[in-house]
Ligand binder design. Sequence first.
Ligand code: ZN
Length: 300
Amino acid sequence: MSGAKPKHPDLRRRSIINQAERILEDEGLNSLPVDIDALAASRDIIVQAKPDAAAGVSGMLLRFGNDFGIYYSTHIPSVGYQRFSIAHELGHFFIEGHAERLVPTSGSMHQSHAGFASDDVIEREADYFASGLLMPTDPFQREMRRRDDGLEAIIALSELCCSSLTATAIRYADLSRGAIAVIVSNGPTVEFAFLSEGIKSLKDIRWLRKGSPVPAGTLTARFNADAQRVQAAGRDDDDIDISDWLSGQSVRGREEVIGLGGYGRTLTVLTCTVRDDTYDDEQDEEEALTESWTPRFHKR
Ligand SMILES: [Zn+2]
């Protein structure tokens, strides 16, 4: 492990989120929950539910001449998930180059896999757009500041934004100035993890890579051993040492878990207090989060 930071912070992601936020400002839609139907209507895009979409397909973008339509899948009966699916398709409509590539001719159609599940760059870009659209920085951060970091705040923001818990948790870790990690696991396996800049400043932490095991003995490991609790959207929390998850520096913290119900996965939120002298504030805005799993260590 080197001490170097990645050469290319995720500027593309930032610029896509900024684009979504600018569109909302231009349309006067910059309040929570964001009225994405009004945004679609402003571009004469027809949005319809599609109950019979293939499993795994979150939505579709269709083109007829120069008119566009969006179908969104309803097989996951969560308004937050469905709104994210619609916002993802709006991303394909607005992000330069997407429509030309995905629906180049009249009658063509693109099937999406929204929700940070796809490794396809174009799908990820539409996901970034969707998170910026549903959770624009200014109103989102205003609401964050009124709360303490943790699962309660994420649930409250998810309700305010009408966005899924997972998408809200990721955005929360992105924008938090505190030390917070959000982890989505499926049984014994970590599916993805996002760390705030604050928690990354802990010394010698280990990255939680996609596919790595949920650390044995953690609250999440015990919780996931009982599929019933996951399905029933159960919750639990415990005082922990953050090193149980991230190795490295020993620091007291909190682990909170919630089952994501029919989705079959678990959301884990780790929070702790990081001493100010280990926190490099100026990097917060530009590089809060990268998709890269490259470890970063602050040289001091
Ligand atoms: Zn897509």
